[in-house]
Design a protein around this ligand. Structure first.
Ligand code: NDP
Ligand code: PYC
Length: 342
């Protein structure tokens, strides 16, 4: 392993990080096809400077395996409930392999019908959604993805958890450039951020959530035991509800409340479904695709032209650095990772 201690952490090439992640996942009993898919999403997060969903997630995934929350050798089963719909029953395994298995058919159907949707059912989800919408946008499709999580988030106006952190991700293809992508939780912050603050012993902003008595707190531990807030007041709250509905009842899967009940106090990652929608711009536009994608580019230029940044631009810059230089893992995290399966 090409790891060398550096000040403040351990430096690794991306290949070394991938090998470490695969080895640790295999060491805790994850089947090799799952381990490869899961490692890839963690390496992508670390590479792109998304610490809350990077290699830290090895600890999270190992915990879900140890607690029996995930089926480590699940075999995803692909079906076609309707002409433009794909379903992958993940069999209780991690979501990454289920997405990989469903993606080719989703792309084919989006091209054939102009729009198609993929439901991942019965999966365990610990990851960011941007790898999925970025992959689809890289194939020329407009993509949306939604997943509930565990009931950790209070609705606007309340202080008791109902929603998950419920991310929404969007990808837009840009000819000759990296896709436009955004992906964020509908909570004030991803729960992973609060967990990283807890690990680092740092206070959290008191507008991220409440303690168990419904009072604002700056203590990460207390907030994790209480309720998080949605972003943007009633607007984030409505979006969080939408995610519950479209990636829960609409696809016959769990809400965040169902998920945390099914976890039964084990502290594993959320169990349930994910909805991915793919739209082929050629469906509406035919031969005029290039003309209209150019109008989108004009909008991006007018955002960047005034010094504002596009979502995903920081991530692509971090990616370029990591590809050239590798990544540095905080020492304490590296030590915890090395203890996995030991
Ligand atoms: P952030 O609040 O950090 O927002 C991330 C998005 O906003 C990115 O697309 C980011 O682009 C963009 N962005 C951030 N700052 C700016 C800015 N100043 N100008 C323009 N764009 C900006 O994300 P969250 O903490 O809410 O979520 C982090 C991750 O957690 C997500 O990837 C999400 O999928 C994941 N998550 C997963 C859950 C699950 O159940 N599986 C649940 C909750 C969250 P850039 O990347 O370039 O900075
Ligand atoms: O950070 O909120 C989060 C999260 C939940 C599931 C995966 N990440």
């Amino acid at each position: 392993m090409s790891a060398a201690d550096t000040e403040g952490g351990v430096h690794l090439t991306l290949d070394a990080l991938r090998a470490l992640a695969r080895a640790k996942l295999a060491a805790v009993g994850l089947a090799l096809d799952h381990a490869a898919a899961v490692a890839e999403t963690m390496v992508a997060g670390e590479r792109d400077g998304c610490a809350s969903h990077g290699i830290y997630r090895l600890l999270v995934a190992a915990n879900s395996i140890a607690k029996g929350v995930v089926v480590p050798d699940a075999v995803p089963v692909v079906s076609e409930p309707a002409r433009a719909l794909v379903r992958v029953d993940g069999g209780g395994g991690f979501a990454q392999l289920a997405f990989e298995r469903g993606r080719p058919l989703l792309v084919d159907k989006a091209r054939a019908f102009g729009i198609a949707a993929l439901a991942l059912n019965h999966v365990v989800h610990f990851a960011a959604l941007w790898p999925e919408v970025e992959a689809l946008a890289s194939e020329g499709l407009v993509a949306l993805a939604f997943t509930p999580s565990h009931a950790w988030v209070a609705p606007a106006g309340g202080t008791k958890p109902v929603f998950g952190t419920n991310p929404i991700a969007f990808g837009w293809p840009r000819p000759g450039r990296d896709p436009f992508v955004f992906d964020f939780a509908t909570s004030a912050v991803a729960r992973g951020e609060i967990e990283l603050h807890r690990r680092a012993g740092k206070p959290v902003p008191d507008d991220w959530g409440y303690d168990a008595d419904g009072q604002p707190t700056t203590e990460a531990e207390k907030m994790l035991a209480g309720a998080m807030r949605t972003f943007g007041g009633h607007k984030g709250s409505a979006l969080a509800a939408m995610v519950e509905l479209v990636a829960g009842p609409l696809i016959g899967d769990m809400t965040s409340a169902d998920s945390i009940a099914a976890d039964g106090g084990r502290g594993g990652s959320p169990i349930g479904g994910e909805l991915v929608i793919a739209v082929d711009p050629a469906g509406f536009l035919g031969e005029a695709v290039a003309e209209h994608l150019a109008r989108a580019e004009a909008m991006f230029a007018s955002i960047e032209g005034q010094g504002a940044r596009l979502p995903s631009s920081r991530r692509y810059a971090a990616r370029a650095r990591s590809l050239a230089e590798g990544v540095t893992i905080p020492q304490a995290l590296y030590d915890d990772i090395m203890r996995i399966g030991a």
